[in-house]
Ligand binder design. Structure first.
Ligand code: NAD
Ligand code: ZN
Length: 359
């Protein structure tokens, strides 16, 4: 089956475009109970951005601390129940933040109209009804969460997205000014998530001219941002990074991610390591699988003097390794993409545990 991907309905891009947020959402205020819910990364509380929201008094604003953990099913269920009890169904949800907030906004939009716990809907096409209007304003670029059809949540049993056409944002506003304050290490890790998306997308059997077109353009931008003469965290490069992240997300959507992401899910689910950081920790050891991409990645690491942790696996017992390997093995579409139809002849729990032992 060929993919039939639902893209974002509308995209605003450019420096200062955040100022268009209020007028963009205004036509949708007539829906439901005529108010908007803002979910905003706690980093922006009391900062300049908070004064530029142009929200209405009836709107609900939640500043969310995304640092203790990645978004959870319980967090979404609690927030949904609180909002519906307080004010009924909102006109829409506006998410302002990094990948965590993008996922919270997408999941919340869906769970406001779908009954029961979000754990019931972790998987593909399990959502029963369209959510409310939702708009994303990314403030870190890299994960591609602004464009993807999934809202990744960690539940009691699995780390898995609410994945369906309705998950995709109705609108995104890409304002490169908003990513200027990202700490340099996170600028690197999240940008590398984009880079790895594109390398994995093009290295596997689901690669095609459509995914490659987005992937190649995104890789070209990543090379300029992280390796070029003008490499570094500059306004010009931030303009490029926002586009690279979006295109990387489109590339993997029309193709697939691979070994690094399969392992990364295991590491994040069992040990709580953040997605982009986990990918960097893993990708440094995949030189035999992603030959060309790996050497370029190592050049980027050296150029930006990034120090990644080594010998982590010495502290992992067999139980931890098995738990991580199980999570990774249960992502067959990634292994299939990376190694082809006969992937099961190569990939089993022992093979995956050996990959984890490299870390
Ligand atoms: P994040 O949203 O977790 O934020 C990382 C840190 O950056 C936080 O401390 C945050 O407060 C801070 N921050 C955000 N914007 C900032 C800014 N402009 N200036 C300064 N600090 C800022 O980071 P992320 O890496 O973008 O997202 C990770 C999450 O994305 C994970 O939960 C992962 O599961 C999810 N993810 C989702 C998809 C998808 O397709 N839905 C894909 C990959 C990853
Ligand atoms: Zn990723």
């Amino acid at each position: 089956m060929h993919k039939n991907f639902k893209n974002i309905d509308k995209v605003t891009y450019g420096r200062g475009s955040f100022s268009q947020l209020a007028e963009t959402v205004e036509p949708f205020r007539k829906e439901n109970n005529h108010y908007f819910v803002y979910v905003i990364d706690n980093y922006f509380k009391g900062k300049e951005l908070a004064n530029k929201l142009q929200n209405k008094p009836e709107d609900l604003i939640y500043y969310i601390d995304v640092d203790p953990h990645e978004p959870t099913t319980e967090q979404i269920d609690t927030l949904r129940d609180e909002i519906l009890t307080k004010k009924g169904l909102p006109s829409g949800v506006i998410g302002i933040g990094g990948g965590s907030i993008m996922d919270i906004a997408k999941a919340l939009s869906l769970m406001l109209t779908n009954e029961g716990s979000s754990t019931l809907y972790q998987g593909l096409n399990l959502i029963k009804k369209a959510g409310v209007y939702h708009l994303g304003v990314p403030t870190i670029s890299g994960t591609g969460a602004e464009v993807s059809m999934t809202a990744v949540l960690t539940g009691p049993e699995k780390k898995l997205g609410l994945k369906c056409d309705w998950t995709v944002f109705n609108q995104v506003i890409l304002d490169p000014e908003l990513i200027a304050s990202v700490p340099t290490d996170w600028w690197f890790y999240t940008g590398m998530d984009t880079y790895i998306h594109c390398i994995e997308s093009e290295t596997g059997i689901r690669n095609n001219a459509f995914s490659l077109a987005y992937g190649e353009q995104s890789l070209k931008l990543c090379r300029e941002i992280y390796l070029g003469d003008k490499a570094g965290q500059t306004p010009e490069n931030n303009d490029k990074l926002m586009v690279a992240s979006l295109m990387g997300g489109l590339s993997l959507t029309y193709s697939e991610v691979g070994v690094c992401h399969a392992l990364s899910y295991g590491l994040s689910k069992i040990l709580g390591t953040r997605h982009c950081y986990a990918n960097c920790i893993i990708f440094q050891h995949l030189g035999d699988i992603y030959l060309k991409g790996h050497s370029e990645f190592m050049q980027m690491i050296a150029k930006h003097k990034i120090v990644l942790p080594q010998n982590l696996s010495k502290d992992w017992n067999e139980e931890t390794l098995t738990a991580m390997a199980n999570v990774s093995y249960n992502l067959p579409f990634m292994w299939h993409h990376a190694f082809g139809d006969n992937w099961q002849q190569k990939v089993n729990l022992d093979y995956i545990k050996d990959l984890f032992r490299r870390l």
